[in-house]
Design a protein around this ligand. Structure first.
Ligand code: SAM
Length: 230
């Protein structure tokens, strides 16, 4: 089993407790991600949450859009099991246990979302954005809430220092430096925000924008035109 997957399998039970200590304004970021969904509350639409973790985003979608159909995808079985437990009272939810780098979409979606997951794609982010674009319905949207790198050495230092200060409110220095920052450096693979925006434009998205940002974290995405031929 690869180490990253192993980490997520081990962390699944603790994830909801630790995420708010690790990610500044996690709630706000997820709320911003949800606010990108361009549908009325009662409209039916089909969305996929890539790297769904314990199902937090899916639960918020069902609370706001009760008629949404949601596909939750993750490669960690323990995360999927946590999501199933969290979402047991909701209908219209399906699960895919799969590595997203190998995933071939089963259908076209109205909305494709992801949070804190796609930075793991490394250099394959642009081809993945192309795949996402091809598997969106015309008029559909894709938004990603994720960690980014500052666009200069100075800004990256600032972002990291802000992140460390945030974590220091609830975690020890050892935990921050050895566990979380160590993992971020080893497995993270984040990119500059401009790289994402440019890649989205190059694969065909329009209305590209950043709807939320706090130092190292951002929510960004775009739309596939109504009259797209692809
Ligand atoms: C930091 S968690 C975020 C979970 C959730 N999206 C949230 O914001 O609460 C990242 C999730 O992405 C999943 N993940 C990471 N790499 C993956 C891959 N290559 N394929 C599928 N899932 C992956 C992990 O198992 C984990 O559940």
């Amino acid at each position: 089993m690869n180490t990253m997957k192993e980490h997520f399998e081990e962390e699944a039970k603790e994830f909801d407790r630790i995420v708010c200590n690790l990610i500044p304004h996690y709630e706000d970021m997820i709320n911003a991600l949800l606010s990108s969904i361009p549908f009325d509350k009662t409209q039916p639409f089909h969305t996929i949450d890539i790297g769904c973790g314990t199902g937090t985003v899916a639960k918020k979608i069902k609370e706001k859009f009760p008629n949404a159909k949601i596909t939750c995808l993750d490669f960690a079985e323990n995360m999927i099991n946590m999501a199933k437990a969290k979402l047991k009272d909701y209908e219209g939810i399906s699960y895919i246990l799969c590595d997203f780098s190998e995933y071939e979409f089963d259908k076209k979606y109205d909305v494709i979302l992801s949070s804190l997951s796609l930075h793991h794609l490394g250099k394959d982010k642009k081809p993945f954005y192309h795949k996402v674009f091809m598997n969106l319905k015309n008029g559909g949207v894709f938004y990603n809430a994720d960690v980014v790198i500052g666009s200069s050495e100075y800004l990256e230092k600032l972002y990291l220092s802000n992140w460390k200060d945030y974590m220091a409110q609830s975690l020890s220095d050892e935990e921050i430096n050895q566990k979380w920052l160590g993992r971020h450096r080893k497995d993270g693979n984040p990119e500059k925000l401009m790289f994402h925006l440019k890649s989205l434009e190059e694969v065909g998205f329009t209305d590209i924008d950043v709807i939320w940002k706090y130092y190292k974290y951002a929510v960004f995405g775009g739309r596939k035109k109504e009259d797209s031929k692809q």
